[in-house]
Ligand binder design. Sequence first.
Ligand SMILES: Nc1ncnc2c1ncn2[C@@H]1O[C@H](COP(=O)(O)OP(=O)(O)OP(=O)(O)O)[C@@H](O)[C@H]1O
Ligand SMILES: [Mg+2]
Length: 275
Amino acid sequence: MDSSRVNQSPLLSVRDLRVSFGAHEAVRGISFAIAPGETLGLVGESGSGKSATSLALMRLLPPVAHVQGSITLDRQDLLALDERAMRRLRGAGVAMVFQEPMTALNPVMTVGRQIAEALLAHAPRTSRREVRERVLAAMREVALPEPERRINDYPHQFSGGQRQRIVIAMAILNKPRLLIADEPTTALDVTVQAQILALLKRLREEHNLAMLFISHDLAVVSQVADRVAVMRHGEIVEQGAMLDVLTQPKHSYTRSLLASVPTMTTDRERPLATV
Ligand SMILES: Nc1ncnc2c1ncn2[C@@H]1O[C@H](COP(=O)(O)OP(=O)(O)OP(=O)(O)O)[C@@H](O)[C@H]1O
Ligand SMILES: [Mg+2]
């Protein structure tokens, strides 16, 4: 953890965010901030409002959703931006990686073409040659094997972990300052999950990327987050430095989440040291 971040003004600031779907209040007035380069983990059980929160930040909720509160990124009020300005911000200012990479990929378009389109959406005048170079560089950056040979392959020709690498390559291509990762490793098996976490950590360091890392799994969150917010029934019941929350949880719900993480509480060989 880098204590110098504490003194920086936040990159993202969310105040009293509320999201409702008709009469159902999915998010009930939550507040949090993320400093430049910092990773905030958002953890909570299924249905607690994590994805509603992340989609509200990207302004990607369906029209039926009613959003209140304030969301500022670099002092820009996201809820006040028109759709055109918001499109410009998506990708270039804030980007998102979802749980299931296939939902973010077009199955009938080569991965090279898709990465190129993500680039051209924000830099339409890039020359053909430079587009190809930057696509290959992006594939290399996320450690996709043999980029020159695979650039014209389709998503289904890649493994699940490789597909998530492609999505991450597209997400960081336009150098966003904030990456929202909503359960980015949940669909992957444990080994691949660890590799994707390692990739996100490396990219975060290399690009000074701030991250909102969402998971229902506190053990996963504890591997990447500087701070953590614990969400339950649409509210943040507790937030603080990762280590403090792990070692001195204040809320009974956080304690129950900790209890369901066997390696942290019962494995005496590897107590909280895995953090
Ligand atoms: N488009 C929608 N229309 C109506 N209700 C919705 C919609 N999206 C989410 N909800 C409701 O909002 C609540 C929060 O859902 P959300 O997807 O944010 O949970 P989550 O914490 O991301 O859960 P999970 O861990 O399963 O992904 C749930 O009760 C859900 O049913
Ligand atoms: Mg979700």
